[in-house]
Design a protein around this ligand. Structure first.
Ligand code: ZN
Length: 429
């Protein structure tokens, strides 16, 4: 209805204008050089209108021809954008579905249509990884890492690849670059922590460790790596405070205290750890540098004062008593260890040594020694370091299990189950 009204108004105005032109009085004369043209005013007005319309149409035509290539280019770009966006969506779906062929094809199409944008490069890299084409993925990640706004994404991909290839030097360099590109990335902190553990950089590993990490093991290992004495003693103290039952922590702390001239404090630390979880290495460290058997036996008595009835205390007392020539004491403590249920090779070898010392070069002595050695052959194995996660043995304590790579899982005992049974009551005490 509105259109009809507007149409009627326009037609009325048009008729009015036409009527006014038709009614224009007089003539119009134009002189161009020797030529003279005369026309009635309505005809001249009509001619002016026709010329103006023709001029307008010519200008429009020239504009259309001049801007045609640009318009065509823009139209092609818009089409590429539309089809490229569809390819990006399809590549994402294929990646989510694990369809390697489709993901690579669509990512490559998206890259062709949209160019090397951060999105298309990331898609191409992830599609390459999914298809097992690491070189293809690496090339895309490298291009991505050169883009100022998306460098972190490229570095992240390259770092992941370097860690999978166990190329630790390159991984460390990439981690530093990624840190510079995005300092607060939580993911990066975890990767750097894992990297520090793999490269045995314990100071960094402890610094980057999260709340659940076995900090005692990391700090004990870090203390051994510290070049600065103050830092060394601080790390060793941290390890010992975190876990007094970890022999490595007590040994590291005692060693640092001794290096600082604090022998009494070192002995206190070793005694506390012996009470928490006795380990032969703690006894060895406690008696370190003592010149003879009697002084070592006296030191063993001081060390085991609070838990003299424990199996490990009995063993260290028996061994040092034998060294001191106190054969009755040695026999007493060794038999007490046996009465506690200990049936390990080390006990029977100790009993053989005691029998040899007791009997001398006599038939009775030789018989007793042979009997102990026969028992040793059939005894249970001695305790050793073993991973609580994968049960793999280790010749000595390490912060990380060499077999499964887990941190802080090495336990001392005949097997992990037995270790916890032996250690639990003493740790509680
Ligand atoms: Zn393991």
């Amino acid at each position: 209805m509105r259109r009809i009204i507007l149409g009627l108004i326009a037609a009325t105005v048009l008729i009015g204008v036409a009527w006014m032109i038709y009614r224009l009085p007089g003539t119009v004369t134009a002189e161009i050089g020797p030529y003279s043209v005369a026309a009635a005013s309505p005809v001249a007005a009509l001619a002016v209108i026709v010329v103006a319309v023709a001029f307008y149409l010519v200008v429009r035509l020239i504009g259309f021809v001049v801007f045609l290539p640009r318009r065509l280019r823009r139209r092609r770009l818009m089409r590429n954008r539309r089809v490229g966006d569809i390819a990006v969506t399809r590549a994402l779906v294929a990646l989510a579905a694990g369809d390697t062929g489709d993901a690579r094809r669509e990512a490559s199409r998206a890259r062709r249509l949209l160019g090397d944008t951060p999105q298309t490069l990331l898609l191409a890299a992830e599609a390459g990884r999914l298809a097992g084409r690491e070189d293809e993925a690496e090339a895309a990640f490298r291009q991505l890492s050169a883009q100022p706004d998306a460098a972190f994404l490229g570095l992240r991909g390259l770092l992941r690849q370097a860690m999978e290839k166990e190329n630790w030097a390159e991984a460390s360099a990439l981690a530093r670059q990624a840190e510079a590109a995005h300092p607060a990335a939580v993911w990066l902190r975890k990767e750097r922590a894992a990297l520090a553990i793999r490269t045995e950089n314990w100071v960094d590993a402890l610094h980057l460790a999260d709340a659940d990490a076995p900090k005692a093991a990391l700090a004990a290992a870090a203390a051994g790596q510290a070049t600065n004495p103050v830092q060394g003693i601080r790390l060793a103290k941290q390890a010992w405070k975190e876990d007094r039952a970890l022999p490595a922590a007590a040994l590291a702390y005692a060693q640092k205290l001794r290096a600082d001239g604090r022998e009494n404090r070192a002995q206190t630390i070793l005694r506390e750890s012996w009470n928490a979880a006795p380990h032969p290495d703690i006894a060895l460290s406690f008696m370190e540098k003592l010149p003879d058997g009697p002084s070592r036996y006296a030191a063993a008595k001081r060390l085991t004062k609070s838990n003299a009835r424990e199996v490990e205390s009995r063993m260290v007392l028996a061994r040092t008593a034998l060294e001191a020539g106190q054969l009755d004491d040695a026999r007493f403590h060794a038999e007490a260890a046996r009465a506690l249920g200990l049936n390990q090779r080390r006990l029977w070898l100790l009993l053989a040594d005691i029998a040899e010392a007791e009997g001398g070069d006599t038939e009775t002595g030789r018989l007793a020694q042979r009997d102990a050695l026969r028992h040793a052959a059939n005894a249970e194995p001695d305790p050793s370091w073993r991973c609580a996660a994968c049960s793999a043995p280790s010749p000595d304590w390490k912060p990380v299990c060499a077999a499964c790579g887990k941190t802080g899982t090495l336990r001392w005992g005949t097997n992990p189950a037995r270790v916890s049974a032996i250690l639990a009551p003493q740790t509680a005490a």
